[in-house]
Design a protein around this ligand. Structure first.
Ligand code: KG4
Length: 336
């Protein structure tokens, strides 16, 4: 018997709903919120209000695109956290209402676990390009930078994480310092392709074990540019490509150093990438070119926030009978 799960994701600024049948994706609808672009970052109250407007049409479209009927849905999975409280409340309340109305099991999902499990979403029944256990996952997004040992679908352990800014934040904040619009990560990637990564040398932090730190890089980048601009006010414009290439190389090197150390120490050679920063071309090549690793990078639409990953996580919890009560509340800072 196959199992149909409706997944709901509303942790930040994307409203998403997806339908999977077992591990195969049937639909994944994402409504992005353009309302934040003029503010240079996500405005929580505006995000909640937009989720409220989007959630019903997004779920209706996901059910329609999947070619299933609402009666076919066996359970509803939703992001309980971490994320913005107001945004999480919209998805959580919708999921509770849907479960209650249709008398279905309710499944809470940790957004970060779901990012890791995005690797198991199948495009079709014969899609077999998936990691086997155990594997290491580098989860790099706007809010997280973590190295995770994944033991099985539901058991994972963070062995290293950022002690300050996340990798995506480092990209975005350095881009902002250069006067680039938010989110700056994709733009740095774009300009870096035309630049010399060895032109400028930025210091790498010395942090213990597998942990990361990116705030020092941001500060030294700021002071470096300030000093250069005193000499030449057009310094950034003239050197944009080389600055982006050198900055990107530094961030990628920082990420890779700890990942290589974790792989050596644990003996795990299957390496997966997850989160929005896995779109970065420098990071992708560094991981794929590393000798001796088998690497897994999910499709771009499954690296950024999406409900397909919530649905697949819900599927594995469904198999275990791991359901949630109607008294569940969202958590902005959900422990891993
Ligand atoms: O996972 P995600 O969509 O959501 C958040 O955690 O917010 O990640 C978004 C982050 C942003 O910081 C964005 O700048 C970064 O991923 N990002 C990139 C690239 N594409 C997205 N960073 C560097 N290079 C890229 N190509």
């Amino acid at each position: 018997m196959s199992i149909v799960i409706l997944g709901i994701e509303s942790s930040c600024d994307d409203t998403s709903a997806a339908i999977i049948r077992d591990e195969v994706i049937l639909s994944n609808v994402i409504a992005n919120q353009s309302v934040h672009s003029e503010y240079g970052g996500v405005v929580p109250e505006l995000a909640s209000r937009t989720h409220q407007q989007n959630i019903i049409p997004v779920v209706s479209k996901a059910i329609k695109d999947a070619g299933v009927k609402i009666e076919d849905v066996d359970a509803i999975a939703f992001t309980r956290g971490p994320g913005l409280m107001g945004s999480l409340l919209v998805g959580t309340s919708f999921a509770k209402g849907f479960a209650l109305a249709r008398d279905l099991p309710l499944i809470e999902v940790n957004h970060l676990h779901a990012h890791v499990l995005a690797h198991f979403i199948k495009e079709s029944d014969d899609d077999t390009d998936q990691p086997t256990f155990p594997f290491l996952c580098l989860l790099v997004s706007g809010g997280n930078s973590q190295i995770i040992v994944v033991e099985n679908h539901l058991e994972m352990e963070i062995i290293g994480q950022t002690i300050d800014d996340a990798a995506g934040e480092a990209f975005d904040k350095c881009a902002k310092i250069m006067g680039l619009p938010y989110p700056g990560g994709p733009l740095i990637d774009k300009y870096a392709k035309e630049g010399d990564p060895l032109r400028f040398n930025f210091n790498k932090p010395r942090i213990k074990d597998y942990d990361y730190s990116f705030s020092g890089l941001k500060t030294s980048f700021l002071y470096f540019l300030r000093d250069e601009m005193k000499k030449d006010p057009d310094f950034i414009e003239k050197n944009k490509n080389d600055l982006c290439a050198s900055l990107q190389k530094t961030i990628v090197d920082i990420l890779m150093d700890k990942l290589i150390k974790a792989s050596k120490d644990t003996g795990i050679k299957q390496i997966a990438l997850a989160g929005g920063v896995s779109a970065n071309s420098g990071l992708r090549s560094a991981i794929q070119d590393h000798k001796g690793w088998v690497t897994f990078i999910p499709k771009f639409s499954y690296t950024t926030d999406n409900a397909a990953m919530i649905a697949i996580n819900g599927y594995y919890k469904f198999l275990k009978g791991d359901f949630t009560g109607q008294d569940v509340v969202p958590f902005a800072r959900l422990n891993f």
